[in-house]
Design a protein around this ligand. Structure first.
Ligand code: HEC
Ligand code: HEC
Ligand code: HEC
Ligand code: HEC
Ligand code: HEC
Ligand code: HEC
Ligand code: HEC
Ligand code: HEC
Length: 438
């Protein structure tokens, strides 16, 4: 055993057992003792990084790393930041390093997670150039807003400048589907948070809520409102969030988080980094659509629910949810889309997006209120189904969209408004004034 290895051995196994100290769980930042232990276990290359970087950035990076499972496993600074032949490397105190640590790099040790992730919609999230939202960000609003808005969630296309530096229009960026110069997609640290790379952080709803919130996809708010979110918040101490194994029904059963339902393991269900494998609807488009093989995907999701609920409860929930999605499609979104098509055919709309009030009205109808209502239904947030959902849909549809369409082309809404769903307009009489209850 070399003196170097002897020191590592002493630090890792002998000293902790003598002092009653055990290796730390991944936590926010390591103590000086943990830093010493971790440094001892690191490779010679990484030791050089650590020794100098301890004096940089208030030593935070080193301390976070020292508390991680990576430190325990001897995966140090150099093991991740070395990048032979990488696209954005620089010479750094005698070593070639890259500030980018892409999924391709992580994949050299975590092939399965990377494979699942790369097959997901998350990995594709940087490819938004062709979308209507992109016109909004890049043209209607302006590129600096897109750099610090859209791209922070979706991911930028990271560009290396001729001088070898990263282009500040694309960096820093930890967006979920960023396009890395090595061709790999995504950024693992957006959920795992460097340099702890903790599973506990990733399992909390807050890590998803960095992106999944706001007027057009308020999943974090819906979850917080739901009984699941309320129960989680109250019983967080029973969630076993930093346990290496996290199988629902075995390691915890207090409440489900986002990660439980969309990624987590249960008795007969493996965990996955492809968040789309349990979804039977795609709720994002103008008109919600079934996913490919949706029945099989629904069966996967119910494999989670059934750990805590009876099958009838779960089956009936899905009936209520499907009914809400179908109601929106049939009563509001197919009709609105039809009217927009008729206006276009009649030459009443230009090809330019967002150049007329009705285009904004229609965009918000499906992109904001429509999504909110059905997302609220999918995850049991009644206020998002109702007051942030169908109330806004109905108000905008009847009092903005229909009048605006009629103004552009009288008669264009006649066919739609003849549907039985809209006959309440004619047949209802004013109800008696609501009385305050005694
Ligand atoms: C002798 C001191 C020293 C050594 C050794 C050293 N670094 Fe650094 N490193 C620095 C300083 C100083 C900076 C710049 C900090 C700043 O600008 O705030 C830096 C910056 C970095 C950056 C960020 C670059 C950027 O553009 O954002 C990375 C990544 C990095 N070092 C990794 C490493 C790795 C990996 C090793 C070991 C192979 C290492 N460093 C060894 C001192 C050192
Ligand atoms: C498990 C892999 C991994 C290990 C181990 C690791 N890093 Fe990093 N490091 C990353 C990732 C990921 C990023 C973010 C860059 C990106 O998004 O690609 C990063 C970013 C950085 C940055 C620039 C970010 C900033 O906030 O300025 C520095 C500096 C850095 N690491 C230094 C270190 C040092 C020093 C160590 C050892 C104590 C270390 N890293 C260990 C993966 C790692
Ligand atoms: C040189 C190999 C190596 C590289 C590169 C590497 N890891 Fe790891 N990682 C490990 C080992 C070993 C462990 C600990 C054993 C285990 O849980 O698999 C680990 C554990 C983890 C864990 C579990 C931590 C916990 O608290 O349970 C996460 C998350 C993780 N790595 C993410 C990443 C990410 C993200 C990257 C790239 C930025 C990366 N790793 C790069 C080897 C590596
Ligand atoms: C706060 C983070 C965030 C910002 C900012 C953001 N998005 Fe998104 N975007 C998301 C999330 C999360 C989804 C997926 C929602 C879901 O699945 O319910 C999404 C969905 C989308 C979709 C639909 C993708 C599909 O598969 O149907 C497009 C297109 C899109 N965003 C483009 C943009 C553009 C362009 C901008 C800037 C104008 C932008 N987004 C700003 C987080 C964000
Ligand atoms: C959307 C958030 C998210 C992203 C992005 C993400 N992870 Fe994870 N990861 C998680 C969650 C949540 C867990 C815990 C899963 C569990 O225990 O059920 C986890 C667990 C892990 C683990 C521990 C072993 C396991 O599979 O449970 C490793 C290793 C890991 N992730 C690596 C990666 C790598 C590499 C990437 C980049 C390709 C990545 N993760 C991207 C959320 C994410
Ligand atoms: C950095 C931003 C970001 C974070 C963090 C994030 N997501 Fe996403 N998520 C997105 C975007 C953007 C999309 C839409 C991708 C697309 O379709 O282009 C998306 C899509 C999804 C989808 C729909 C997938 C599909 O196949 O239709 C699910 C489910 C999802 N995310 C769950 C999660 C969960 C659970 C977490 C936390 C563990 C999480 N996300 C963390 C940005 C993020
Ligand atoms: C109790 C389980 C559960 C929890 C907890 C949960 N979800 Fe969901 N989620 C679902 C179900 C069920 C659906 C609808 C699936 C379907 O259509 O078949 C869904 C749908 C989604 C979608 C797809 C929306 C689309 O555009 O099609 C996203 C994104 C999402 N959830 C993100 C999240 C986030 C982020 C959290 C936490 C803040 C979360 N979920 C918490 C069960 C859950
Ligand atoms: C870890 C356990 C757990 C999992 C997994 C779980 N739930 Fe729940 N669920 C609960 C708890 C706890 C409550 C609150 C019960 C109460 O207080 O009455 C609840 C409440 C509900 C409610 C009643 C609230 C309402 O708004 O109607 C429905 C419906 C529901 N869950 C459906 C589901 C579905 C669907 C899934 C799977 C996608 C699921 N649950 C997964 C624990 C769980």
């Amino acid at each position: 055993m070399s003196p170097h290895h002897l020191r590592a051995f002493l630090l890792m196994f002998i000293l902790p057992s003598l002092t009653g100290m055990s290796w730390p769980q991944a936590g926010p930042a390591g103590t000086p003792q943990q830093v010493m232990q971790a440094t001892g276990a690191a490779s010679a290359e990484s030791k050089a990084c650590i020794t100098c970087h301890q004096k940089q950035h208030g030593a935070l990076i080193v301390e976070q790393w020292a508390a991680s499972l990576h430190a325990k496993a001897g995966v140090g600074c150099y093991e991740c930041h070395q990048y032979k032949g990488g696209p954005a490397t620089f010479q750094h105190y005698g070593k070639t390093v890259s500030v980018l640590v892409t999924p391709k790099m992580c994949g050299s040790c975590h092939a399965e997670e990377v494979q699942q992730f790369e097959a997901s919609h998350h990995a594709q999230a940087g490819h938004i150039l062709g979308s209507i939202d992109n016109v909004l960000g890049d043209q209607v609003e302006g590129p600096p807003a897109a750099v610090m808005g859209c791209a922070k969630c979706h991911g930028s296309m990271i560009k290396v400048l001729p001088n070898g530096k990263l282009d500040p229009a694309t960096w820093p960026n930890i967006g979920i589907g960023r396009v890395n110069p090595d061709g790999s997609l995504g950024s693992c640290s957006v959920c795992h948070s460097r340099h702890t790379f903790s599973v506990a952080i990733a399992r909390q709803p807050e890590s998803c809520g960095y992106c999944h919130l706001g007027p057009d996809h308020p999943q974090a708010e819906i979850y917080a409102e739901s009984k699941h979110g309320v129960t989680y918040r109250t019983l967080i101490g029973q969630m076993n969030l930093d346990s290496p194994s996290w199988v629902l029904g075995k390691d915890y059963n207090a409440a489900p988080t986002c990660a439980t339902c969309h990624m987590g393991a249960a008795a007969k269900l493996a965990s996955t980094h492809d968040v789309g494998t349990r979804l039977s609807w795609n709720l994002r488009p103008e008109i919600a659509v079934r996913t490919k093989d949706w029945q099989a995907k629904r069966t996967q999701m119910t494999g989670i629910c059934l750990n805590c609920h009876a099958s009838e409860w779960v089956g009936d929930f899905y009936t209520q949810y499907d009914n809400v999605v179908n109601l929106g499609n049939v009563k509001f979104f197919q009709p609105a889309s039809l009217i927009m098509k008729k206006l276009a055919v009649a030459g009443k709309l230009t090809k330019t997006p967002f150049d007329a009030p009705i285009k904004w009205t229609y965009f918000e109808l499906w992109h904001h209120e429509g999504r909110r209502a059905r997302m609220g239904a999918s995850m049991q947030g009644p206020d998002y189904v109702q007051w942030h959902g169908f109330y806004d849909i109905a108000k905008i549809f009847y009092s903005d969209f229909i009048p605006e369409a009629e103004q552009l082309l009288p008669g264009v809404t006649r066919q739609v408004m003849a549907m039985p769903e809209h006959q309440w307009l004619k047949s209802l009489s004013q109800p008696k004034e609501e009385k305050t209850r005694e």
